[in-house]
Ligand binder design. Structure first.
Ligand SMILES: Cc1cc2nc3c(=O)[nH]c(=O)nc-3n(C[C@H](O)[C@H](O)[C@H](O)COP(=O)(O)OP(=O)(O)OC[C@H]3O[C@@H](n4cnc5c(N)ncnc54)[C@H](O)[C@@H]3O)c2cc1C
Length: 471
C-alpha cells in the first residue's frame, strides 16, 4: 500500500528543499514501494510531481498536489545489487530512480565497480540529478546523464515505458546540432512527428520531470579505479588566461575555485585517475609542488575560505577508491541544511577565458553576495535539454549567501554579461532566463514541450516551473 503522509505530520525538513529557501506547497507526500503504487499515484488525479533528494534551489520539484518520493522504492543494497553485461558488452546496473549516488557507489565498490563520475555531493538522487543535467567535472567526462543506458518511466497516464540508448535516433536526428531545423518546424508538423515517434532517449534523460516518473535507471559502470586528489592554492589569473585548457584538462576531474580576489584564483582541485596520470598531458603536474604557478596545499582544504575540511573527501594526494574522491564531500558526513544558494551558467569551452573575464568584470557586484565560484568542465552529450548538449562546455558556478532577493536582482546582470557566449543556466539552480531565450538556447525545446503534452495530455506533471521554462 502506498504510504501517505499528510501535511500536518510531515516533518518540516521534508516540506522544504535542502537549502530551506523554498517551502514546497505539496498537499501530500507519497512513498510508493512498487511500480503498481507509482501507477496508482499518478493516475489518482493530479497535480503530481516526483521529488528526489530535494537539492534543487528553485521550484522545479514543487507542486500543489502530490509529491512522489522513491526513497522507499527498491533501496540500493550491495547484497541485492546485480551487475549485468548487456548485448553490446557494456557493464551496467539497474537501480531505483530514488537511489542516492553515494549509496550506489558504495554498493558498486563492494562488487568491484565504480561510476565514471560523480557530482560534488553524493547525497543527490539518480533520477533527480539526471533530470536536471547535474554534472561533475572533466574535459572527457559527460554530465551524470552520460552514464544512463536505459530509463523506466511511468507516464502521467500510467503507461510504463522503457527507453534505451539509441531509441528515437532514427526518427529524430539524435543530436542537438540539427535541432534548429526541427525547432523551427510548424506546430502541426511537430505534433504529427511526436504522435508517431517513440520516445527518443535523448529527450528522456534530461527531462526536467516533464515526461513522467522515472522508476528505474540503468547505468553504465566500469571496473573500480583509484583516484588521488591534490589541492593547489593561489593560481595566478594569468595562468588561467594563458592556457585554460591546460589547467582544466590536467586531471580526470578539475575544479577551480575563486572568490574573485585580485591577485589569484583561490584553489585548484585535481582529481587524477592513478591509471592515466602518466599519459594525460600535464597530468604529472599533480605530483609536483607547482601547478601553473599555484602552490601545493600542505593541509586539506574546504572550498570555502576558513571552513574545516572534515566534510571533504580525502586530499593530500592519497590515492584511494574513486567514489571516495570524485565527489567533493563525504557521503557519511550529513550536510547541514545548507546556508547557501546556487546558480551556474554553462558556456562552450572555447569561451572559457572570455566568459570568466566577463564575470570577473562584475566582481564588485558579485563578491558581497558570494561564498565561492567554482569552474568545471563537461564533455559534449546529445541530450536535447542538456546545457552541455552538442558542445564541450565549462560551467561557471556561484555559491551565494542566502540573500535571495539580492541574488535574484544580480542574476540578470550576470546573464546579460554571459549572453554573448550563449550561456545556458543549470536547470536546478537559481536563474532568471525566460522561456523565449531558453527556446533560442535549446532549439529542440519545442519538441520536448510537444512530447510532454503527448505523454501528459492533462498536465498532471505540470507546475509553475515548467509553465515558465517550457512556455
Ligand atoms: C550542496 C549541493 C551541491 C551540488 N553540487 C552539484 C554539482 O556538483 N553538480 C551539479 O550539476 N549540480 C549540483 N547541485 C545541484 C543538484 O545536483 C541538482 O539540483 C539535482 O537535481 C539534485 O537532485 P535531487 O534528487 O535533489 O532533485 P530534486 O530537487 O528533488 O528534483 C529535481 C527534479 O527532478 C525531478 N525528479 C526527481 N526524481 C524524479 C523521478 N524519480 N522521476 C522523474 N523526475 C524526478 C523532480 O520532479 C524535479 O523536477 C548541488 C546541489 C547542492 C544542494
Amino acid at each position: 500500500m502506498v504510504s501517505v503522509t499528510d501535511d500536518v505530520s510531515t516533518p518540516t525538513t521534508i516540506r522544504s528543499n535542502w537549502a530551506g529557501n523554498l517551502e514546497y506547497r505539496a498537499a501530500r507526500l507519497l512513498r510508493p514501494t512498487t511500480l503498481e503504487e507509482v501507477r496508482e499515484a499518478v493516475t489518482a488525479g493530479g497535480p503530481v510531481r516526483a521529488v528526489g533528494s530535494r537539492h534543487c534551489f528553485n521550484d522545479i520539484a514543487d507542486t500543489t498536489g502530490t509529491h512522489l518520493s522513491l526513497e522507499s522504492f527498491e533501496p540500493v543494497d550491495a547484497s541485492t545489487l546485480t551487475v549485468d553485461t548487456d548485448a553490446d558488452g557494456a557493464t551496467t546496473v539497474t537501480v531505483s530512480g530514488g537511489a542516492r549516488y553515494g549509496d550506489l557507489a558504495t554498493a558498486l565498490y563492494a562488487h568491484g565497480y565504480a561510476m565514471p563520475n560523480l557530482a560534488s555531493l553524493p547525497h543527490i538522487s539518480v533520477a533527480g540529478a539526471i533530470a536536471t543535467a547535474t554534472h561533475g567535472s572533466g574535459v572527457t567526462n559527460q554530465g551524470l546523464g552520460g552514464a544512463v543506458v536505459a530509463l523506466e518511466i511511468v507516464t502521467a497516464t500510467g503507461e510504463v515505458l522503457t527507453v534505451r540508448r539509441g531509441d528515437g535516433a532514427a526518427e529524430t536526428s539524435g543530436d542537438a546540432g540539427s535541432g534548429a531545423a526541427a525547432g523551427s518546424a510548424g506546430a502541426a508538423e511537430l505534433d504529427a512527428d511526436v504522435d508517431s515517434a517513440p520516445l527518443p532517449f535523448d529527450a528522456a534523460v534530461v527531462h526536467l520531470g516533464a515526461l513522467g516518473i522515472v522508476t528505474r535507471v540503468t547505468l553504465a559502470v566500469e571496473p573500480t579505479f583509484d583516484v588521488r586528489q591534490d589541492v593547489f592554492v593561489d593560481l595566478p589569473w594569468e595562468s588561467f588566461e594563458r592556457d585554460a585548457d591546460a589547467v582544466l584538462g590536467a586531471a580526470y576531474s578539475v575544479s577551480v575555485f575563486t572568490t574573485w580576489r585580485d591577485n589569484a584564483m583561490d584553489q585548484v582541485w585535481l582529481k587524477s585517475r592513478v591509471d592515466e596520470i602518466g599519459t594525460r598531458p600535464g597530468g604529472a603536474l599533480a605530483l609536483g609542488e607547482d601547478f601553473h604557478g599555484a602552490r601545493r596545499s600542505p593541509v586539506p582544504l574546504h572550498p570555502l575560505p576558513g571552513i574545516s575540511a572534515e566534510s571533504c573527501t580525502e586530499q593530500l594526494g592519497v590515492a584511494g577508491p574513486a567514489h571516495e574522491r570524485l565527489a567533493h564531500f563525504k557521503m557519511d558526513f550529513t550536510p547541514s541544511n545548507g546556508d547557501e544558494l546556487q546558480s551556474e551558467y554553462i558556456v562552450p569551452r572555447e569561451h572559457a577565458v572570455a566568459a570568466v573575464a566577463a564575470v570577473r568584470a562584475l566582481r564588485e557586484q558579485i563578491v558581497p553576495l558570494l561564498q565561492v565560484t567554482e569552474i568545471r568542465t563537461m564533455a559534449a552529450d546529445g541530450f536535447w535539454l542538456s546545457p552541455s548538449g552538442a558542445q564541450d562546455s565549462v560551467g561557471i558556478h556561484f555559491t551565494w549567501l542566502q540573500r535571495q532577493p539580492e541574488v535574484e536582482a544580480l542574476l540578470p546582470v550576470i546573464e546579460a554579461a554571459l549572453a554573448p557566449f550563449d550561456a545556458r543556466p543549470h536547470w536546478g539552480k537559481l536563474f532568471t532566463t525566460d522561456a523565449a531565450r531558453l527556446a533560442e538556447l535549446y532549439p529542440r525545446l519545442p519538441e520536448l514541450r510537444a512530447l510532454a503534452a503527448r505523454l501528459d495530455p492533462e498536465g498532471v506533471l505540470r507546475n509553475d516551473y515548467l509553465d515558465r521554462v517550457l512556455g
